[in-house]
Design a protein around this ligand. Structure first.
Ligand code: SAH
Ligand code: F3S
Length: 433
């Protein structure tokens, strides 16, 4: 009988791809199959996120629960960003943990498995050309990494300390992987990097110099590939050439994530984001001029140290002007090894919670209005998942989640869908062609 692996993945899309890599390595090299039953597992992995404090606190209570429920002799490994930043401390606080594997070391999963109490967390380790074994959780769309690490130094963010410096994956490897998944039937790829439009600044060996715009051009020439998505671009690197390629290349989905963080130029400077409120609005204007159908999502942090009422008003002003299609909003959470951790002008926690609720309520009312406008419109949907009550769901080119009554023969298919009902997270429609 094969050995069983239970894996829990927290955090971002990059963590999801790292988990797929570990599943593939463990399957090919060690004979593991995944299970959703923790009690049956021979190996339990938690792939952690450390971007905010809450998930880190939760980790230890969760580990305790896993240790009680696991079957005798099962191993527990902690991987990902919290592994990188806490390292040995994890084993000190939870001595039953068998190994700790950092976010930039996932290629070593089958090595650490055999070394009890191993701690592999070198953030300078270069995995940019490592040939991972292949596993994908969806046969319809594929995550493809284009770079590792991040070279920015946003003062609130722990990621550069957990994923190390930025190195681009050579374009020929990305192209090869894309052709392979398309041959296997995938029609949509999702390019991943912390800062995708900074692609090509540094490779680890001698490689053809290709920037992100050129990479998009190369990938869109692959026959059989229909859709390209990517996350996250940085507003600072949104030059005209990139926006024009995005707008006019028919294979690129018209959905742009533009992480604003704050609408106040002063706060943006304290965050070291490298752009101003005016630059951000100017990029949105250019984007909408070139591509009127684009949907724009963003990330916003409220109550960053020193954020005054007037600074928060600037954020609200940008939210009202831009009318984002989706906002991921967070209350600032101080992180170890970041510059902002030492800022003393903290915003009162209650004020932070009030600002967050205000922003979220405003966004809900904007969304209700935006969705009203979708009623009766027709979108091309790529179906990816079966959901309950005989519905099947997928996304429009501009990233709206849409469900229709239907069964699995629609999976991996494109259909035109007319919207008949609206909801906050998903719209309902009927197939018209
Ligand atoms: N380069 C990635 C950023 C990863 S972190 C990207 O652009 O998507 C994802 C989001 O978490 C950030 O955009 C930010 O809004 C939020 N975040 C990061 N550090 C945070 C902190 N210390 N407190 C609150 N939110 C934070
Ligand atoms: Fe973090 Fe800024 Fe990089 S948010 S991941 S340091 S672009």
């Amino acid at each position: 009988m094969s050995k069983k692996l239970f894996i829990e993945t927290l955090g971002c899309a990059m963590n999801s791809r790292d988990s797929e890599h570990m599943i593939a390595e463990l399957h090919e090299k060690e004979g593991y199959e995944t299970t959703t039953e923790l009690e049956h597992a021979d190996l339990i992995l938690i792939n952690t996120c450390s971007v905010r404090e809450k998930p880190v606190h939760k980790l230890f209570s969760e580990l305790g629960g896993f240790n009680k429920r696991k079957k005798e002799g099962a191993k527990i490994g902690v991987c990902g960003c919290t592994a990188s930043h806490l390292g040995e401390e994890i084993i000190k606080r939870a001595p039953y943990v068998n190994f700790v594997l950092g976010a930039r070391n996932v290629s070593k999963i089958s090595e650490v498995l055999h070394k009890d109490k191993a701690v592999e967390i070198d953030i300078n380790y270069d995995e940019s050309e490592f040939a991972f074994k292949d596993f994908r959780s969806s046969p319809y769309k594929a995550y493809i990494n284009i770079s590792i690490g991040c070279d920015k130094s946003c003062t609130f963010c722990i990621v550069p300390k957990t994923r190390g410096e930025e190195i681009s994956i050579p374009a020929d490897l990305i192209l090869k992987e894309t052709k392979k998944v398309v041959n296997e039937g995938v029609k949509e790829i999702f390019l991943l990097g912390q800062n995708v439009n900074n692609y090509g600044r540094r490779f680890s060996g001698e490689h053809e110099k290709v920037n992100f715009t050129q990479l998009l051009q190369k990938l869109s020439a692959v026959d059989g590939l229909e859709r390209i998505r990517f996350t996250s671009p940085h507003p600072f690197h949104m030059d005209d050439a990139f926006i024009e390629e995005f707008a006019h290349n028919p294979k690129i989905c018209k959905s742009m994530h533009m992480p604003l963080q704050s609408g106040s130029t002063k706060v943006l400077r304290d965050m070291k984001r490298g752009y101003t409120k005016e630059w951000f609005l100017n990029r949105v204007k250019k984007l909408r001029q070139e591509c009127p159908e684009v949907s724009i999502s963003t990330d916003i942090i409220v109550a960053f140290p020193g954020e005054s009422e007037a600074d928060f008003e600037d954020t609200i002003d940008v939210v009202k002007q831009v009318q984002f299609d989706q906002i991921f909003s967070f209350k600032y959470s101080p992180r170890p090894q970041t510059e902002a951790e030492h800022f003393t002008n903290v915003v009162d926690s209650e004020v932070g919670s009030e600002r967050l609720s205000y922003l979220q309520e405003l966004q809900n009312s904007i969304l209700d209005e935006l969705h009203q406008k979708c009623l009766g419109k027709t979108y091309r949907v790529y179906f990816e998942s079966l959901i309950k009550d005989n519905f099947i769901s997928g996304r429009s080119d501009n990233n709206i989640v849409i469900k229709v009554k239907g069964s699995e023969e629609l999976l991996g298919q494109f259909r035109d869908v007319k919207i008949t009902e609206i909801g906050r997270t998903m719209l309902t429609g009927e197939i018209v062609a």
